[in-house]
Design a protein around this ligand. Sequence first.
Ligand code: URP
Ligand code: ZN
Ligand code: ZN
Ligand code: ZN
Length: 458
Amino acid sequence: QSNQFCDAGVGYPESTCGFSSSSSSKLLIKGGTVLNAHQQEVADVYVEDGIIVAVKPNIKVDEDVTLLDATGKYVMPGGIDPHTHLAMEFMGTETIDDFFSGQAAALAGGTTMHIDFVIPVNGSLVAGFEAYKKKAKKSCMNYGFHMAITKWDESVSREMEIMVKEKGINSFKFFMAYKGSLMISDELLLQGLERCKSLGALAMVHAENGDAVFEGQKRMIDLGITGPEGHALSRPPVLEGEATARAIRLAKFVNTPLYVVHVMSIDAMEEIARARKSGQKVIGEPVVSGLVLNDSGLWDPDFVTAAKYVMSPPIRESGHDKALQAALSTGVLQLVGTDHCTFNSTQKAFGIDDFRKIPNGVNGIEERMHLVWDTMVESGQISVTDFVRITSTECARIFNIYPRKGAILVGSDADIIIFNPNSSFEISASMHHSRTDTNVYDGRKGKVMSIFLFVPYA
Ligand code: URP
Ligand code: ZN
Ligand code: ZN
Ligand code: ZN
């Protein structure tokens, strides 16, 4: 398989790429607890020109090296968000965060790389790729691309090969929902799975039964339920479970690995658990909103408040959140994304009379690291090294950028965050870095974390 981003030559923003070769390009981070997925150790980290050169105790350096004291703090690889939508045209509008504002928010929250989804242009993958390369020109950090497959013919099949062999994209997302726009049939999914297998690429699915969702939406409208709560009621967990099971079985039939994005329900999680137990290679990605929120916000009488929680699959009733956390802690689910896909209140108001027109998506790129630490580590559900694995290392491994990313190792890129475990955070829409005017985590407080960021491209 080709490398997700460095072979592509698209991962490094040209304007900001490169760490200057002046004396400031030498940095020694002293005395911190270095966290990797495989171990923790008290050590110094020495960086030259954006690359980690040494990791060991008591490194001695010359006077021209910038020193940073990390005593009592954690030094770890920057977060990698496997699932974002920046500058995406969707549901008649475009996400309010582009590759600059979305990445600024990411960096503020300790995420130093993200992988976004290219949407083809008129079915053309090459045109979609070129369009996203343009969108990503304003980047201030590393990024990678997955590619959505929204139709099927000879040219899509051919272009998938071009993406894998020439553009460094080796993961393709198939939408089993969004009937009438992005949704694909079982026939297409099957062909897509076969093609992924022959190319050595990874198939990803948005697993909801789009036909049944369409029926569920009609039901709600017929009942006179037009508000944001109708969104959740029209697409219950059973439809996510069904599609997850179907995708898993089709992947088994083809004998190729499967990555299930935004796992939001017990129903979907249990299908993944069963498949993994039987030895099938299925990866499950919960997103922060599914791990820490429940559907209560969708019932808020204020439309703007309720509409901000509308995403697909929906944020579920209380109970699914805790079950997803448990699945993450026991390894049934492997890494955490955000599905960062922001629309402001004006955009959300497109659906004021009809929940079907509310653009789907929530924020999270800035909050992910804080909330996962607070929910999973502070609660004792996972260790600090597990934290690194589920927020960074596992993503790098799955998408072929490890150990360049996702590790504090000699030779790795110096995308380093320093984390003060004795600090605290509070999330607010007025303080966040995203361009959206609401925040689904507004008012949340927790222990940890102030982040010091060292990214060679910042
Ligand atoms: O509601 C969501 N999830 N919006 C983004 C598109 C997708 O399905 O990932
Ligand atoms: Zn560079
Ligand atoms: Zn999706
Ligand atoms: Zn998404």
